[in-house]
Design a protein around this ligand. Structure first.
Ligand code: AMP
Length: 600
């Protein structure tokens, strides 16, 4: 692909990747971005879906599964699962529909009511997909947790979500739940999916999932959920306080489906691979829902990143559309182009990436090594679906996140202290990225925290917490976060959660945590701690604090580096100034320090 020339307008002077019709294997779903934007409405997008039979409402599981089965299209493979150890399971749309019916029946048998919350702590195994759709069919709310979380993040999220059911495996239960079980008073049932190991786990409310499902009927009438009924609970993090439970409703499926069509160009013949874990929002919206509403076959790999394995999957499974993350792209770049050339990637027609800044070199490497560019797109847990994207039929400016989806109005704004918001009109000027509310996958609240939710809005805009610029051609460019949250290997981590875990160590007096830039993971978590009287910094203590944090938080959330400090910079009101810790770590200007404790 790729004629390149120099962009004359905008933020970057790098060569633009021009799109040509000859490069497309099939006609893109959106050929003309501007024309589609002019005519697009979410009401019309909704009509591409079915709604529950008899006008009984809208349900994500119906749109993803039962709709296709009812239309006589149930035989196609929906889920092609590749096990860590070489196992392979294929489930057709009809089989997944039936298995999820059984799960919905099981929830009813256990006495769950509409709106009750079902958590999953599972790797990428078929039971996860069955549980997700079964929960939605029963009218309950599904909340997937990342299986690399340690006990403390699991406890925090399940407590906020008041989970009644947890679907997990015996192994994960032993490692991450057993020790916190008595801190989860709402948890009534633990359903243990088989993990290949014979489990001797028994206890109150514990049930082996497979035998329980086998006793349930294959038929289920989906609960009459309305578009505004809660469906999904995804946790995300802010600078302060506990994790935030972003609640999404069934209407979100309209956005999942439409963004799948436009931003990922999903067609029914596609073999689609989203590498994100369903424990994070991307893995749910685009690794579970959108590929099935769009009637593709989705590939799911149980194993974590491994460059040769990934190339093997792309090649052998004839993946046509691939959605991955910048950290993975950069890890593949490290293996070099020669490795890529060993594989037949001729089926691959579209590649997209999300979650952290995709550096222009990575976009260009796609062209050199894989014959096509990566298409960066931007969104977040709260938006529920892709908001800004590089579309297949639109030229790419490497390093840019692209343009807003049809139906999405995005702007760069400046917040004022009096709560007002001013639009930044000049191209290339930095400000906060804001979106006009009203799209269907917009979160409806932070569970139990309406004030925190309200704070996300000002002057009729949803404020994303990201800093960005827009160039003269309407492309958006990511600048950074407006707050202290950390992005490491594509995972958003709240510093407060990490600091709280560090403070659990008896020697730690205070802790401050920052994201330290990293060439592959974008950022790694670095902690600074002060010690209580009677404790002295030592290598042994450093390792001990890190190990304890890792045990409690899990590998994905724990700090990788730790430094002892005699004191931490604080505001006069006693808040640790992470911004300053970071500036000092990186040798950058310290900026405004007028609120620093000790400053006159
Ligand atoms: P999460 O809610 O965990 O999906 O994280 C959302 C955050 O990830 C956004 O607010 C951004 O800070 C970051 N992010 C997502 N996509 C991109 C992207 N394409 N470029 C830069 N940052 C991104």
């Amino acid at each position: 692909m790729a004629d390149t020339d120099i962009a004359t307008a905008g933020v970057s002077e790098r060569p633009v990747i021009r799109k040509r019709r000859a490069d497309w294997h099939i006609a893109p779903n959106m050929l003309d971005y501007d024309a589609t934007r002019r005519t697009f409405t979410w009401e019309t997008a909704r009509q591409a879906l079915d709604g529950l039979p008899g006008g009984r409402g809208l349900n994500i599981a119906h749109e993803a599964l039962d709709r296709h089965v009812a239309a006589g299209r149930g035989d196609k493979i929906a889920l092609r699962w590749l096990g860590k150890d070489g196992g392979r399971v294929e489930l057709s749309y009809a089989q997944l529909a039936q298995a999820s019916n059984r799960f919905a029946n099981l929830l009813q048998r256990l006495g769950l009511k509409r709106g009750d919350r079902v958590f999953a702590l599972l790797g990428r195994v078929p039971a996860l997909y069955i549980a997700a759709f079964g929960t939605l069919k029963a009218g309950c709310v599904f909340s997937p947790l990342f299986s690399a979380f340690g006990p403390e993040p699991v406890r925090a999220r399940m407590s906020i979500g008041e989970g009644k059911v947890l679907v997990t495996t015996a192994q994960l239960y032993r490692r991450k739940v057993a020790a916190i079980r008595d801190k989860l008073p709402s948890l009534a049932h633990v359903l243990l999916a088989s993990d290949g190991e014979e489990s001797s786990l028994t206890g109150p409310g514990m049930l082996a999932l497979d035998p329980a499902l086998a006793q349930c009927a294959l038929e289920f009438t989906i609960a009459p959920t309305g578009p505004e009924d809660p469906a999904l609970l995804h946790f995300t993090s802010g600078t302060t306080g506990r994790p935030k439970g972003a609640l999404h409703v069934h209407a979100a499926v309209v956005a999942h489906h439409t963004t799948g069509r436009f931003a990922l160009d999903l067609h029914p013949d596609d073999i689609f691979w989203c590498t994100a874990d369903p424990g994070w929002v991307t893995g749910m919206s685009y690794g579970v829902i959108a590929p099935l509403t769009n009637y593709t076959t989705m590939v799911v790999d149980e194993q974590d990143f491994d460059a040769e394995r990934w190339y093997g999957i792309l090649s052998r499974e004839r993946v046509t559309v691939w959605y991955t993350a910048p950290t993975a792209v950069r890890m593949m770049m490290r293996y070099g182009e020669e490795v890529a050339r060993k594989y037949d990637l001729s089926a691959l027609r579209f590649m997209a990436s999300v979650g952290e800044p995709l550096n222009p070199e990575a976009v260009e490497w796609g062209v050199q090594a894989l014959g096509r560019p990566f298409h960066d797109n931007w969104w977040q847990t709260e938006t529920g679906g892709i908001m800004i994207a590089n579309f297949i039929a639109m030229d790419i400016k490497p390093g840019s996140m692209g343009k807003p989806m049809p139906g999405i109005e995005a702007a760069i704004v400046r917040r004022h202290d009096d709560g007002s918001v001013e639009l930044v009109k000049d191209p290339g000027e930095e400000g906060e990225l804001a979106l006009k509310p009203g799209w269907p996958s917009m979160f409806r609240t932070y569970l139990h925290e309406p004030e925190r939710y309200a704070k996300c809005f000002a002057g009729g805009w949803y404020l994303t917490g990201d800093l960005a610029k827009r160039d003269r051609d309407g492309y958006f460019w990511f600048v950074g976060r407006a707050d202290d949250v950390i992005k490491t290997s594509g995972h958003l981590i709240g510093p407060f959660e990490v600091e709280s875990a560090l403070m659990e160590h008896p020697a730690v007096a205070e802790a401050g945590v920052i994201g330290k830039p990293d060439p592959v993971a974008f950022e790694i978590i670095k902690a600074f701690v002060t010690l209580k009287p009677g404790h002295k910094p030592s290598e042994t203590l450093r390792r001990e604090i890190l190990a304890r944090a890792r045990k409690s938080l899990g590998a994905a959330v724990a700090p990788k580096e730790l430094a002892f400090a005699p004191n931490l910079p604080k505001t006069r009101s006693g808040k640790i100034m992470r911004r300053l810790l970071k500036a000092r770590e990186l040798g950058l200007p310290e900026g405004d320090t007028s609120t620093l404790e000790g400053n006159q």
